[in-house]
Design a protein around this ligand. Structure first.
Ligand code: NAD
Length: 368
C-alpha cells in the first residue's frame, strides 16, 4: 500500500525554523516506527510571493487537494505589509482553507502539568485540562449576505448577516461527535438560541444529528455567554465544545490562553472525507511568523510538533503514536526544558528551537 502523503508548507519567519524540528520527528517515525510518509514540500505566503508573485501557486493548491494532509508553519512578516491585499501572505492560507472547504476548525486547549503555573487561572483549575473546541469555519456571520456599510437616511449603517443552513450545522456537528467518540464522549454545543433564530436552528439540528446518529455521545447545550463564563470558572467540565464561526473565534482564543504560551498551541482544520475516507486536512500552529524572534533560534517548535501529533491522530489513524508524541513533549517539559517563551520568573537558561526539537526526539527514543 502507498505511504500516506504529507505536504509541508513551512512559510515565513519562524515557520521554516519550527518545521525543521517537525521534520526530525517525521524522520524518527520512519526510522524507528516504520511509519513512512511521502513528504513533499512547497512554498506558501511571502516565500511563495517572492518566488512566484502569488502567496499560493496554483500547482501548490492542486497538490494540497491531493495529499492526505497539509502541514503549514506560518505566513506573513513586515516585508510584505505594503503589498496589495490580494497578494498578501495571509491570502495564501485563506485560499487553502477556502478551496479545501475546511469547515471544521479544531483547537485543543490542553494544559501540561509542568506549565500549569503559566496560566492566568489557578493551577488547580487548569492542571490536566484537555478540551477541544470545534469551530465552524466557512459560514456564519463572517460570510453571510447582505454585508457592507450602507447609508440609511442621514447616517451610515454597518451590516453583517448571521446565516447557517441545516447542512452546514449538521456537518460540523458530525465532526464534533466523531471527535468526542475518540475522546471523552461528551459534546457541549454553544449558541444563543435565547436571542437568535440561527441559534434556535443550530440547537435543533445538533440535537437531531445526535439523536439519529450519535445517541451514545453525551450532548448538552449552553448559551455561548454562559459557556464563556464556565470556561473560566471550571473548564475541566468540558470535553468537546462545538460552536459557530463567531462564537468559536472568541471561545477558542479564550480557552487557548487558559494554557499559557502561544508557542504551545496546535490546530487542525478538517473538511469532507476524501475517496479514501480521510478528511481533507490542514494542520498548523496557532501562532504567526513571529518576526520579532525570526532567525534567532528562539522559537518554540512545540505548537508545530503538536500539530503533527494531531495529523497522526486525525489523518493517519495513528492515535497511539500521537499519544506517544504528546507524552514525549510532556516529559521534556516536566524535565524543565524550556524555550525562552516558557521561562518563568525563576529564570534559567532557555534552550534553542533545535535543542527543544532534539529533546523531543530523545524523549521519543526513551519511549521505545
Ligand atoms: P505572532 O503569533 O507571530 O507573534 C505574537 C507574539 O508571540 C510575538 O511576540 C512572538 O515572538 C510570540 N510567538 C509566536 N509564536 C511563537 C513561538 N512559536 N515561540 C515563541 N514565541 C512565539 O503574531 P503577530 O506578531 O501578531 O503576527 C506576526 C505576523 O504573523 C503577521 O504578519 C501576521 O499577519 C502573521 N500571522 C500569521 C498567522 C498564520 O500563519 N497562521 C497567524 C497569526 C499571525
Amino acid at each position: 500500500m502507498a505511504n500516506p502523503s504529507l505536504l509541508i508548507l513551512p512559510g515565513d519567519g519562524i515557520g521554516p525554523e519550527v518545521m525543521a524540528e517537525v521534520k526530525k520527528i517525521i524522520d524518527w517515525y520512519g526510522d524507528k516506527r516504520g511509519l513512512r510518509f511521502d513528504v513533499s514540500e512547497d512554498l506558501v505566503g511571502g516565500a511563495a510571493y517572492d518566488a512566484h508573485g502569488t502567496p499560493l501557486a496554483d500547482a501548490t493548491m492542486a497538490k494540497a487537494q491531493e495529499v492526505d494532509a497539509v502541514l503549514l508553519g506560518a505566513v506573513g512578516g513586515p516585508k510584505y505589509d505594503k503589498l496589495d491585499f490580494s497578494v498578501k501572505p495571509e491570502r495564501g492560507l485563506l485560499r487553502l482553507r477556502k478551496e479545501m472547504d475546511l469547515f471544521s476548525n479544531l483547537r485543543p486547549a490542553q494544559c501540561f502539568d509542568a506549565l500549569a503555573d503559566f496560566s492566568s487561572l489557578k493551577k488547580e483549575v487548569v492542571a490536566g485540562l484537555d478540551i477541544m473546541i470545534v469551530r465552524e469555519l466557512t459560514s456564519g456571520v463572517y460570510f453571510g449576505e447582505p454585508r457592507g456599510i450602507f447609508t440609511e437616511g442621514n447616517e451610515r449603517v454597518g451590516i453583517n448577516t448571521q446565516r447557517y443552513t441545516e447542512s452546514e450545522i449538521a456537518r460540523v456537528a458530525r465532526s464534533a461527535f466523531e471527535l468526542a467518540r475518540r475522546r471523552g464522549n461528551k459534546v457541549c454545543s454553544m449558541e444563543k438560541a435565547n436571542v437568535m433564530e440561527s441559534g434556535i436552528l443550530w440547537r435543533e439540528v445538533v440535537q437531531k444529528v445526535h439523536d439519529e446518529e450519535y445517541p451514545d455521545v453525551e450532548l448538552s447545550h449552553m448559551y455561548a455567554d454562559a459557556g464563556a463564563m464556565q470556561l473560566c470558572r471550571w473548564p475541566k467540565q468540558f470535553d468537546v465544545i462545538v460552536t459557530d464561526n463567531l462564537f468559536g473565534d472568541l471561545l477558542s482564543d479564550a480557552a487557548a490562553m487558559l494554557t499559557g504560551s502561544l508557542g504551545m498551541l496546535p490546530s487542525a482544520s478538517l473538511g469532507a472525507p476524501m475517496a479514501n475516507g480521510r478528511p481533507k486536512a490542514l494542520y498548523e500552529p496557532v501562532h504567526g511568523s513571529a518576526p520579532d524572534i525570526a532567525g534567532q533560534g528562539k522559537a518554540n517548535p512545540i505548537a508545530c510538533i503538536l500539530s503533527f501529533a494531531m495529523a497522526l491522530r486525525y489523518s493517519f489513524d495513528q492515535g497511539a503514536e500521537a499519544d506517544r508524541l504528546e507524552k514525549a513533549v510532556e516529559k521534556v517539559l516536566a524535565d524543565g526544558v524550556r524555550t525562552a517563551d516558557l521561562m518563568g520568573p525563576e529564570g534559567g537558561k532557555p534552550v534553542s528551537t533545535a535543542e527543544m526539537g532534539n529533546a523531543v526526539v530523545a524523549a521519543l527514543d526513551a519511549s521505545l
